[in-house]
Design a protein around this ligand. Structure first.
Ligand code: SAH
Length: 258
């Protein structure tokens, strides 16, 4: 089949690359990448997804232009291309799948609805970091993005307070960026006021990548400087426990039974 077939709508597959290494990527995602005529995404994720074959078109776009990128993908697919849109981790967790569906929801071009759309899951950062540390997400947990690019900060604080009240384990994505240097400290102060000082905290940085780093600490000892946009932060609930390991490290887990 040619790259662009005017008689048939093409496909759009939104894939999750997993946290980094190809070993943590599903075979379905690898197959979709190999079959694509066009691969779209943020440059860092395209680097993780490659290398690509010479006949494959690769289009990098700015990370903030999610809706724009989603519309572009539909345009290509409606013209017959087999498009793969890459996200890190899982595409449905703070990533492209929702942007793609939002673009479809607001589409006025009927050809977009003919596009064969599929979303292929991946291992999300919190899952990969949790596995390195043990099983901190072993009981009820929630995932929160601390970025206020797409929602007001007051809403983030409100949710953090409610999550603490519900005693859920917290998986924090987009925790601290150069553009938002102080908000993580604010979030931390809010959590510290509601959770015990000894609560286990797991920091997974560059999980699944060559620079992978796992830190297990406690809520009272956590410093904002330990955290950046390449880190996922897991804050335990009142039930989360540590087990010392013979190598000096420890396992962290949240028991499933009360
Ligand atoms: N869709 C992604 C999340 C995208 S939001 C997923 O499911 O994992 C981006 C945030 O995810 C980062 O700021 C960081 O908090 C986290 N993240 C993504 N990849 C990571 C990795 N390899 N190691 C640690 N954190 C990661």
């Amino acid at each position: 089949m040619s790259a662009v077939d005017a008689h048939a709508a093409g496909s759009l597959t939104v894939v999750g690359l997993g946290p980094g290494s190809a070993a943590q990527r599903t075979p379905a995602v690898s197959a979709a990448l190999a079959a694509a005529t066009d691969i779209l995404g943020y440059q860092t994720y395209l680097d993780l997804a490659g290398p690509f074959a010479a006949h494959q078109r690769v289009l990098a776009s700015d990370n903030r232009e999610e809706l724009h990128r989603a519309r572009h993908a539909f345009g290509l697919a409606a013209g017959g291309a087999r498009v793969a849109m890459v996200s890190s981790g899982d595409p449905g967790v703070f990533a492209m799948a929702a942007a793609v569906l939002e673009a479809l929801d607001h589409a006025d071009d009927p050809a977009w609805r003919q596009v064969r759309l599929a979303i292929l899951p991946g291992v999300s950062a919190a899952q990969a970091a949790a596995a390195l540390a043990g099983a901190p997400l072993g009981h009820d947990f929630c995932a929160l993005s601390l970025s206020d690019n797409l929602k007001p900060w007051a809403e983030i604080e409100r949710r953090l307070a409610l999550v603490c009240e519900a005693d859920l384990v917290l998986a924090l994505y987009n925790p601290r960026s150069k553009a938002r240097p102080d908000q993580f400290a604010q979030a931390l102060a809010l959590i510290r006021a509601r959770r015990a000082a000894h609560t286990p905290v797991v920091l997974g940085r560059d999980v699944g990548r060559p620079a992978e780093q796992l830190t297990v600490t406690r809520l009272a000892a956590l410093r904002p400087e330990q955290v950046d946009m390449r880190t996922v932060v897991i804050v335990g609930s009142s039930r989360t426990r540590r087990i010392e390991r013979p190598d000096g490290g420890c396992w962290v887990y949240t028991p499933r039974f009360y």
